[in-house]
Ligand binder design. Structure first.
Ligand code: URA
Length: 252
């Protein structure tokens, strides 16, 4: 899949050592040492001044342009078995990305989470505004899941999920209406308009079933299939290109 280059928002000049440290290249003291060694150039000339105010597009490190200097947004195919939290043990989604990306400031965060056993489409970004746009219910960006069930459907689930009256265990507010499409008697596609903790698994638990496999196939109009990503693979794109994909009009 091809993405347009990121349109740069406001580029602020900042100290060279801070800029490199925030892009994850190393601690400020290491970065200063490299600048002293003469491996950093600004506008084509070697510099030894860590305090020099620069924008990232002026800088080369060992002759190379900086890595995603104006923000980082990732479309990722999360494999089942990896966790989205940075704090948990076991395999983390972050293990699939270059180590330098994890030392960036602002930090990379997932846009919402998928639970450990769920696979599928996940966005990560260091852009707080973008993160909010995709998760905020006001933006009406639906999420679609493919669920495989332990028991055959009873036939009542579609109406129950669409009713806006389904209460999940331990909650007082009913789920927003959700659209269920039966693919066969133990496989469904489910479109949600909100994101509660383990929502799909809990919705099926509420109707006496159990989800045995779960995959997020769409965020808005963006489908996992169109990305061509295999489990564990990712691609980067600009926030603008991402929103165009998510908000694309789909034929009726
Ligand atoms: N619903 C779930 O049960 N798990 C997820 O990861 C996402 C939605």
């Amino acid at each position: 899949m091809q993405f347009k280059a990121r349109e740069v928002k406001q580029i602020k000049a900042e100290r060279l050592d801070k800029l490199l440290a925030n892009l994850g290249y190393g601690a400020r003291k290491d970065v200063r040492a490299w600048i002293n060694e003469g491996i950093v150039s600004v506008d084509g000339s070697m510099t030894t001044s860590p305090a020099q105010k620069v924008t990232a597009d002026q800088v080369l490190l060992e002759g190379k342009a900086l890595d995603h200097p104006f923000g980082l947004t990732i479309i990722y195919h999360k494999p089942a078995g990896s966790v989205c939290s940075r704090k948990e043990g076991g395999r983390l989604i972050y293990d699939d990305f270059p180590a330098r990306w994890l030392d960036r400031k602002p930090p990379l965060s997932s846009v919402g989470r998928l639970d450990k056993d769920t696979a599928g489409l996940l966005i990560l970004t260091d852009d707080g505004q973008l993160n909010h746009r995709i998760t905020s219910p006001k933006q009406h960006i639906s999420k679609t899941y493919l669920a495989t069930l332990a028991e055959p459907l009873s036939g009542k689930e579609k109406n129950i999920f669409a009713s806006g009256k389904l209460l999940l265990e331990g909650e007082e507010k009913a789920c927003l209406p959700a659209e269920l499409q039966m693919l066969d008697n133990q496989q469904v596609s489910l479109i949600l308009h909100e994101g509660r903790y383990h929502q799909v698994r809990r919705m099926f638990a509420a109707v006496g079933n159990h989800v045995t496999a779960l995959c997020r196939t769409h965020i808005g109009a963006l489908s996992l299939q169109q990305t061509g990503l295999a489990a564990g693979e990712y691609t980067t794109c600009s926030p603008q290109a991402l929103m165009a994909l998510i908000c694309a009009k789909t034929p009726e």
